[in-house]
Design a protein around this ligand. Structure first.
Ligand SMILES: *Cc1c(COP(=O)(O)O)cnc(C)c1O
Length: 237
């Protein structure tokens, strides 16, 4: 049997994921269009990214600065770009002004650097605060009990606007296990939203990846970040 091409794989996976997103959204009492699919494009070729955009992908996310910058010229179709990886403070200058959302702000220091660079360029940068929801030792993100205090501090900085929260729960074997983390994130998101803090817009709750996006949506995610399941298994070089 003939092996499927990358675009055929994408077409099939994309249709199935969109159906599942719709079903999970409805299950959680929301409209399908209230949940955004971000295509995580690490190691994906720009040809395939352009194809995906042509087919309807509206948001892409990169997690490496170098890759984002080098691909920029070759992504020829209009698309919203997010930065989703760990961002070192010395790389902030390459990202501000290049993406419409930085999803992985994990320290007040990083937020301060983004603020300074945004003011320098005369732009406002939208950010999400990353929460280390599983309280894992070697994972970045704010601790749950420090989120509110740090968020309040960050909200006072110029050139920056907090649009929500992002989380990567622990790697799961049975992905139902992550339901408790997703639920906790959702509660935190709603609690902060109810506080109506000036310059804090709790609109985006970014959680859920290839293995657990349906559970995440059922728990209240408004944006899932999917790579492997859309584009096929990555070939690491
Ligand atoms: C790669 C990546 C994803 C997508 O992961 P998959 O398991 O390939 O769907 C989501 N979020 C972040 C931050 C990533 O780096």
């Amino acid at each position: 049997m003939k092996e499927k091409s990358l675009t055929e794989v994408f077409d099939e996976n994309y249709a199935e994921i969109m159906n599942n997103i719709a079903a999970s959204a409805i299950k959680s009492g929301r409209k399908p269009e209230e949940v955004i699919l971000l295509a995580a494009v690490k190691t994906v070729s720009t040809e395939l990214i352009n194809y995906a955009i042509e087919k309807g992908i509206k948001v892409i996310g990169d997690n490496r600065v170098q890759e984002l910058v080098s691909k920029e010229q070759d992504i020829t179709l209009p698309v919203e770009k997010h930065f989703i990886g760990h961002l070192q403070t010395n790389k902030v200058k390459y990202i501000v002004g290049r993406v419409s959302l930085i999803e992985s702000v994990d320290s007040v220091r990083l937020a301060t650097m983004i603020s300074k660079q945004s003011e320098k360029l005369n732009v406002v940068t939208d950010i999400l605060l990353e929460v280390n929801i599983g309280e894992e030792e070697n994972k970045s993100g704010f601790k749950i009990d420090e989120v509110l205090e740090c968020l309040t501090e960050i909200s006072k900085l110029g050139g920056i606007r907090i649009k929500g929260l992002m989380a990567i729960p622990p790697i799961c074997t049975d992905c139902e296990e992550n339901r408790k983390y997703f639920t906790k994130m959702s509660q935190l998101f709603i609690d902060i939203r109810d506080k109506k803090i000036d310059n804090v817009y709790m609109e985006i709750l970014s959680m859920g990846m290839s293995d657990d996006y349906e559970t995440a949506i059922e728990c209240g995610s408004t944006q899932v970040r999917i790579g492997t399941l859309l584009f096929g298994r990555r070939n690491y070089v």
